[in-house]
Design a binder for this molecule. Sequence first.
Ligand code: URA
Length: 169
Amino acid sequence: MHKGRKNIVFGVGNPAARLVFVGEGPGADEDATGEPFVGKAGQLLTKMIEAMGYTRQDVYIANVVKCRPPNNRDPEPDEVAACEPFLIQQLGAIKPEVIVTLGKHAAHTLLRDQTSITKMRGKWKQYQGVRLMPTFHPSYLLRDPAQKKWVWQDLQEVMRALGQSPQAK
Ligand code: URA
């Protein structure tokens, strides 16, 4: 995928973050800017982060794949495998207290568990000794806003785990 990319989209945020979000891969806006989650889905993610009482600078945001899949198709297994060592190193360097995976690709990749995201979301998992909360991808919430309440429930769990009081939202 490097052949078609404009920019590598590696990750952004606090290298000492307590909380890391992992998405799927860059879209057109991310490819153009080199920063993850800056398009429409990204703006929704930013709102979610702010609703939790954080800013984008407090947390760290990364993706499973670092280059944009052509036409936003799903990344292929060999593309995930090629990029995964970078994600593993990012998580190993940051050593967050909580990882939130957004959508099925990040959860399936990090957990080696192909359970559907609908079944998986909202239930605490472990990744290398770090608590991991799978939730829906913000792009899915843009298509089906009624699902937002589940994501907010999952994020409130995360806030409790980090010792932040969940606000009524
Ligand atoms: N969707 C993702 O999964 N990651 C991004 O960076 C942008 C959109």
